[in-house]
Design a protein around this ligand. Structure first.
Ligand code: KG4
Ligand code: ZN
Length: 313
């Protein structure tokens, strides 16, 4: 899926990503890149969320399998690798450590320089795989663990403007979806069943100030209470109304920071950046919008390799 032409086989960055429930390895060079991801999300769905110890054991089993598959598929070996990048933070400690030890061992054995990469910054720059970077930009990272907005002046000047004080947006999608017994992660299912004509319930009644920090736990409680009190409620109506509300909050915040920082350059990243309504609503604004391809919105090692590459040119 990620293959490109003009393969130069000797200048790849190899990247390892294990911050949550996906074991992902990737190679990147400007002319060719590829990624192999083995996810334990299906297994985790039996528990309604990620169990760190289980995810960590899956990384232990799957890292070498994923690497062997990646090398075999691309007919390469360590002679073709220049540097090794890995997710160093943030993430589930037992999971991050598994990737770190793997990367450090490979680096030691094969005498390759090692590059620690911040997972959130990698989400933030994932749009750059298929878009030109134009500084400064306002960037949203919306995932299962984070909801943050940044003002980015350069790859080394990343200013945090806003972040959630409680639940992350993806976490709220997962918790609300779980009330209707949707399988974890619930974001894609809610996105899929969204119906704009069924967005009839108004969940937020207090005014949200533009400059306030993100806070989603109030909305989450309102939606969950509504479901508890209305046992015969229409799932599509509740979830469409929820999605419209939460996406509006995010889009309004981006509009606010775009005005404040006087830039129309907007980028998004993270699992929730795959959301169709978010993409549509941002597209409707007068933004210079850069979207990552959907398959690299969620956790993946390709974004880690890409940021390692961008940081060193
Ligand atoms: O970036 P990611 O793979 O992992 C973290 O770093 O957290 O994000 C996973 C989150 C999950 O909460 C999932 O429900 C949400 O992203 N998600 C979505 C969509 N696809 C994934 N949320 C809304 N709409 C989507 N299409
Ligand atoms: Zn992530």
């Amino acid at each position: 899926m990620f293959k490109t032409n003009n393969i130069n086989k000797n200048d790849y960055i190899l990247a390892i990503e294990t911050s949550c429930d996906d074991t992902s390895v990737a190679i990147y060079s400007p002319t060719h890149y590829d990624v192999v991801t083995i996810s334990s999300a299906k297994e985790q769905s039996n528990f309604g969320g990620v169990v760190p110890e289980l995810a960590s054991r899956r990384h232990e089993n799957n890292l070498l399998l994923a690497l062997e598959k990646l090398f075999k598929k691309n007919k390469i070996n360590f002679n073709n690798i220049q540097k090794i990048a890995y997710t160093c933070c943030p993430g589930l400690k037992v999971c991050v450590n598994m990737g770190k030890i793997f990367a450090e061992t490979l680096s030691f054995l094969h005498k390759k320089p090692i590059i620690p990469i911040n997972h959130i910054h990698a989400h933030l720059f994932s749009f750059a795989l298929n878009n030109k970077i134009e500084y400064p930009f306002i960037g949203l990272v919306a995932s299962g663990g984070h909801t943050s907005i940044y003002y980015v002046k350069s790859i080394k000047e990343i200013l945090l403007l806003n972040e959630t004080i409680d639940d992350a947006i993806g976490e709220v999608y997962d918790k609300v979806g779980r009330k209707f017994n949707l399988k974890y992660p619930c974001g894609p299912a809610i996105d899929e069943l969204y119906n704009k004509d069924k967005n009839n319930i108004s969940f937020i009644n207090k005014k949200i100030k533009s400059e306030d920090a993100f806070s989603f736990s109030g909305l989450k409680s309102q939606v969950i209470n509504y479901i508890n009190k209305n046992s015969n409620c229409d799932m599509v109506e509740v979830l469409s109304s929820f999605q419209k509300t939460i996406i509006n909050i995010v889009v309004n915040k981006i509009k606010y920071y775009s005005n404040l920082y006087k830039t129309k350059n907007i980028v998004i990243g993270g699992g929730v950046a795959a959301n169709n309504l978010l993409r549509e609503e941002l597209n409707d604004q007068q933004f210079n919008l850069k979207l990552p391809i959907k398959s690299i919105c969620g956790d993946n090692a390709l974004m880690i390799a890409l940021l390692a590459y961008l940081s060193n040119i």
